[in-house]
Design a binder for this molecule. Structure first.
Ligand SMILES: *Cc1c(COP(=O)(O)O)cnc(C)c1O
Length: 455
């Protein structure tokens, strides 16, 4: 195995090693980092995953990229610590499954990426005796996934800004009851104001000493963790010696989840097709249909709110994977191999009505409880089977990714099904925990002074 280097999708920055890409986040030319070559598994390597625990599969996948940069024993300890929760595969009918990626500390699939990214950062920082301050703004869920994932880590402190009146009580408590190395600040403004404060801080020379990092969704550190559960699902449901191929349906917003799947596929995982399901923000299904990529500004509000994205940040990576170049504005500089993309992916846009109808139907017919994002994925899978009926056999294994826990959407579930979903373990007892957060005015000088005197 040789060392993997990472290039920028804008092709104007130097290649870096994994540590460089992880700690930088965005490449200096504004592009996203991509592995220059993708390591592959042999069939017998993948066959051995059948009897491995989730964290062991995580170790095997991550090791392909990181063996030159992290000692094996350190890497194994790191993934064991990151993945200390279940990944249930629930049968719906025949060999059709829901993979619940909602058993982590914030009941969202974002925990998978954030927990491993945090531990990778901690590893490299400790080694260099360096510190990092993660500064991020949130409208609810991303901030709590980051805060929980980095909670208790050494050499890393976290500051999350949230708009005072724009997050739910539950979302706020998922962040403000942590303490330790996690500081939460409410701003008397909107989400955009919080983002503006963060952005100004990143460009402030006086704050250079803080070594700020954003840990945002485009970081390469999220990509590898998001390919692992695809291997896991295959290992539990398929037999590689029988050359079985698996179908995945991926509810998509910024396309990081899907990108993880495509990486797994390029690493050799026998995938029949990726069903790529979006809500009414259908810029990617339109691109597949027409060959013209047009961003949606402003993005449309749908009930699968974590997927309200009018220009997915990972699109540049997908285009790069298929030989094209797309810049950060969404302009296609060099066309990717559209035929190959269509061979590998089936894209579909699902509206809110169908999302809710599907949620209700899956519960009434199969007794399986989804939430709006997973429901978009399931609706997408049904469209695929209508479109390609020869793949709708009893033997065909299909897995739809469920990206959040239904208890995060109590109002919607109450509305459609008339009951309150049971809380996952991670959310029980939240009400009683002590909250701690700082309130600041929406003013950059005050915010800067706060950072200077506290860090
Ligand atoms: C972030 C998120 C998504 C979308 O994932 P992408 O990687 O951005 O495509 C879907 N569902 C939930 C619940 C999310 O939080």
């Amino acid at each position: 195995m040789s060392q993997t280097l990472y290039y920028s999708t804008n092709l104007k920055a130097n290649k870096v090693d994994f540590k460089g890409a992880l700690l930088k986040g965005l490449a200096p030319d504004g592009g996203l980092y991509m592995p220059e070559s993708i390591p592959v598994f042999t069939g017998s390597e993948m066959g051995s995953f059948r009897s491995m625990a989730y964290y062991d599969i995580a170790y095997q996948v991550a090791r392909k990229y990181l063996h030159e940069e992290i000692e094996d024993s350190e890497l194994l300890g790191l993934v064991k610590d990151a993945y200390n929760y279940d990944v249930p595969l629930e049968n719906v009918y025949d060999k059709k499954y829901i993979m619940h990626l909602d058993q982590g500390p914030t009941a969202s699939f974002k925990d998978f990426a954030a927990r491993m990214m945090g531990r990778l950062m901690q590893y490299f920082l400790k080694k260099e005796n360096n510190n990092l301050l993660i500064l991020t703004a949130t409208s609810g869920d991303t901030g709590s996934a980051i805060a929980n994932a980095f909670y208790g880590l050494d050499n890393i402190r976290v500051v999350v800004l949230f708009p005072e009146t724009e997050v739910t009580e539950r979302q706020r408590k998922q962040m403000t009851t942590l303490h330790k190395n996690v500081q939460i600040i409410s701003i008397d403004g909107k989400f955009d104001d919080c983002q503006a404060l963060v952005k100004t801080a990143f460009n402030d020379a006086e704050l250079k000493f803080l070594n700020l990092s954003s840990a945002n969704s485009i970081n390469i550190g999220r990509l590898i963790p998001q390919s692992i559960y695809y291997f896991y699902a295959y290992s539990r449901l398929c037999d590689i010696t029988k050359e079985e191929k698996i179908l995945f349906s991926v509810p998509s917003g910024n396309f990081g989840d899907l990108m993880g799947g495509l990486i797994a596929y390029k690493m050799g995982l026998p995938v029949k097709k990726f069903v790529v399901a979006t809500n009414k923000n259908d810029e990617v299904p339109e691109y597949f249909l027409t060959g013209n990529y047009k961003t949606i500004v402003p993005s449309l509000n749908c009930i699968s709110s974590a997927m309200n994205v009018g220009h997915p940040s990972n699109m540049a990576r997908i285009v790069a994977l298929y030989g094209g170049v797309m810049n950060e504005k969404g302009e296609v500089i060099r066309s990717p191999d559209m035929e190959a993309m269509k061979r590998d992916m089936f894209t579909i846009s699902i509206d809110d009505k169908e999302t809710l109808d599907t949620l209700k139907m899956v519960y009434n017919r199969h007794g399986v409880l989804l939430e709006p994002h997973g429901s978009v994925g399931w609706a997408g899978l049904r469209h695929y089977f209508d479109f390609v009926p020869e793949d709708h056999t009893a033997e065909q294994v299909a897995v739809c990714l469920e990206t959040a826990h239904p208890a995060k959407f109590p109002a919607e579930i109450q509305d459609i099904l008339g009951f309150d979903p049971e809380l996952p373990e991670s959310m029980v007892g939240l009400e009683e925990k002590e909250e701690q957060f700082v309130k600041l005015k929406n003013n950059y000088d005050i915010f800067r002074q706060y950072l200077k005197s506290n860090y």
